[in-house]
Every structure is written in structure tokens, then in C-alpha cells.
Design a binder for this molecule. Structure first.
Ligand code: ADP
Length: 337
């Protein structure tokens, strides 16, 4: 598909270059023949006069001027053939360069659709199998039916969570997405995120503390709260029961900072470059401890922080813990001490 598009684009580039070159050559031909006509005619007349005027002006035109015109025309044709060959290669190269990001984006999208379908198929298969087994069981009673429905509901919850993730990711990644910025206090973001993660922290007995200075930044309060919720949720998820999680806020001359640290399973150095990729899950979270997730939270966090022109920094030691730090530019913002 892309070879065809590349050839088509090369054709268009070449057509534009050749039209410009042909028009330019016509102009050059007209101008230089006019100049030549004038110069050669006066020189020939001078010669004719010194030889006693044996040549008529018509003969002068055909003999001297016609030949010069032919020379100019053939030289311009050669130049245009050269331009055609050189531009052909250059256009093919440039068409390849133009199409590369599109090809990359399409490949990404294909991979994304494939991963999303795979993640949706898993709970769907579980629901289908459970129902089929239930239907085949002749002694299927109300108690079993209840437990089957409960298990189906859990799978449906998972699918709902996945579709919410996908919609959020799509919203933040869409080119036309306009994010509203207002003045937001870091402390506001933290307290909303703490309220949103209270239940899961309590369930696992994880204690979360917050310390540090406050600052006001220009940002979107809802999205930034979403980022901190993702970090805290992960910190809880990948921590051992009854561990603690620390949130720190602060600022320097250029940036405001929010960091979330845990003493959980940590991330291998070789996994860190990939954890912000969609659907990427480190092996430790997939197999060893079997923690649920889709590998989409950090991609959403990154999209949001990119929209805020900020950065995310990760420090982690396997079996010791991780710290995720967001830095947000303090431009147009005020520090609160
Ligand atoms: P999910 O947690 O749903 O798998 P994320 O995108 O939030 O998806 O995280 C991607 C991966 O990064 C996780 O699967 C996990 O391997 C790793 N990760 C993220 N946060 C932590 C953390 N606090 N501790 C250990 N590993 C983490």
C-alpha cells in the first residue's frame, strides 16, 4: 500500500518540478533567442557589409540564427532531462520521508486495535465459557446461577474499565483536543487524588502521607488529578500489604513537582523505557504477582503531562520500590510558600 502511495507522491512531486522547469526553460529560450537574434543579426550585417552585401537578410536569418536557436533548444532539453532524472530520485526519497510518519502512525494504530481486541476477547471468552458450562449442567441451581452472574459481572466490570481507559486515551491523544487551563494549587490536586484512591488504599491497608510545599500552576485540575490518581493507584497496586506510600510536592525556579513513592515490587531498569507505551506491562506485574491491569494508565498520564508541557521521571529499584515524579513548568504561575 505504501509503495503505491510513495510512487504516486513521487509522480506528483516530479510533475510539479517538471512544469516549473519547463516554464522556466521556455522563458530562458525566448529571452536568449531574442538577445541572440539581435546580436547575431547586427554582427552578420556588419560582415555582410564588409563583403559587399552579397547575403540577403533572409539568408542571414536561416543560416546563422536558426542554428543558434537549435543549439539553445537542445541544450535546454538536455538540462531538463537531467533535472527529470535527478528530481525523480530526489522526489522518491522525499516521498518516502513524507510518508514515514504516516506509516508509523498507521502501524501504531493497527497494533493498538490488535492489543485492545485481545484484551476485550479475554473477558468475553471467560463469560462465554462460564455460560456454556452452566447451560450444559442439568443440575444447575439458583446458587450456582448467582455465582455465575457474579463472576460475569466482574468480567463486565473489567471490560467497562478497559473501554473507559480507551476512551480517555483517545480523548487526550486526539489532535483537536483542547484542554482548558486554570490556576490550580498542587495541594488541591493531591487532596482530590487522595479522596479518589482512599477506598483501594484502605482495602490493602496502605498508608498514604503527603508532605512538601505548595505552588500554583497553570493546568487542568481534572486531568492532573487523574495523573496523580494513576500514580497512587499503581503505588498501591504494586506495593505489599500495609506498606506506605509518600507524596511530595515542591518547586524550584522553573518547575513545580509532584512525586509519588512506594516500597513495592519496583521496575527492572530494562522495563522503564517501555512502561509508558500503550498496553505495556512489565513481566513482574503480569506473571510473578499477577496484578490486574491493562498497561494503559501510564500512557494516559504521559499524554496529559505532554499537554501540560511537563515531564515524568521514574526511579525504581526492583524489590525496593519506585518513585514517579512529574515536573510542570512554573511559567505564568505563582509559588506559594
Ligand atoms: P497497569 O498498572 O494497568 O499495568 P500502567 O500503564 O499504569 O498499567 O503501568 C504500566 C506498567 O508499569 C505496569 O504494568 C507495571 O509493570 C509498571 N509499573 C507502573 N507503576 C509501578 C509501580 N509503582 N511499581 C512497580 N511497577 C509499576
Amino acid at each position: 500500500m505504501f509503495t503505491k502511495a510513495r510512487l504516486k507522491l513521487t509522480g506528483w512531486y516530479l510533475l510539479i518540478i517538471m512544469v516549473i522547469s519547463a516554464l522556466f526553460s521556455l522563458g530562458v529560450y525566448r529571452q536568449s533567442t531574442l538577445e541572440l537574434d539581435r546580436g547575431l543579426r547586427s554582427q552578420a550585417l556588419r560582415l555582410n557589409r564588409s563583403f559587399g552585401g552579397q547575403l540577403s537578410p533572409r539568408m542571414l536569418d536561416t543560416v546563422v540564427i536558426e542554428e543558434s536557436r537549435r543549439n539553445i533548444a537542445s541544450q535546454l532539453i538536455f538540462i531538463n532531462i537531467g533535472i527529470f532524472i535527478f528530481s525523480g530520485f530526489a522526489a522518491y526519497f522525499l516521498a518516502g520521508k513524507t510518508l514515514k510518519p504516516i506509516e508509523f502512525a498507521l502501524d501504531e494504530q493497527k497494533r493498538f486495535i490488535c492489543d485492545a481486541s485481545h484484551e476485550l476477547r479475554t473477558p468475553l471468552t471467560a463469560i462465554k465459557t462460564e455460560i456454556e458450562v452452566g447451560l450444559r449442567d442439568k443440575k444447575f441451581d439458583i446458587k450456582q446461577a448467582r455465582s455465575l452472574l457474579k463472576s460475569n459481572l466482574e468480567e463486565i466490570d473489567k471490560m467497562q474499565a478497559l473501554s473507559n481507559y480507551l476512551l480517555t486515551l483517545n480523548r487526550y491523544d486526539s489532535v483537536n483536543y483542547k484542554i482548558n487551563f486554570t490556576r490550580v494549587k498542587l495541594s488541591e490536586i493531591i487532596s482530590k487524588a487522595l479522596a479518589g484512591t482512599k477506598e483501594s488504599a484502605n482495602k490493602k491497608g496502605v498508608k498514604i502521607s503527603h508532605k512538601g510545599e505548595d505552588a500554583v500552576i497553570m493546568g487542568n485540575s481534572i486531568s492532573l488529578t487523574e495523573v496523580v490518581i494513576i500514580f497512587i493507584d499503581n503505588a498501591i497496586k504494586y506495593s505489599h500489604n500495609k506498606n506506605s506510600v509518600t507524596i511530595k510536592t515542591g518547586f524550584d525556579r522553573k518547575n513545580a513537582y509532584i512525586s509519588v513513592s512506594d516500597f513495592g515490587i519496583g521496575i527492572k531498569a530494562s522495563d522503564i523505557p517501555y512502561i509508558f507505551n500503550r498496553f505495556y506491562r512489565a513481566d513482574s506485574s503480569r506473571s510473578k504477582v499477577n496484578i490486574e491491569g491493562y498497561g494503559l494508565g501510564l500512557s494516559i498520564a504521559k499524554s496529559i503531562i505532554d499537554l501540560h508541557h511537563g515531564k515524568i521521571h521514574v526511579e525504581s529499584i526492583p524489590n525496593e520500590g519506585s518513585t514517579f515524579t512529574v515536573s510542570l513548568p512554573l511559567k505564568q504561575s505563582t509559588k506559594l510558600v
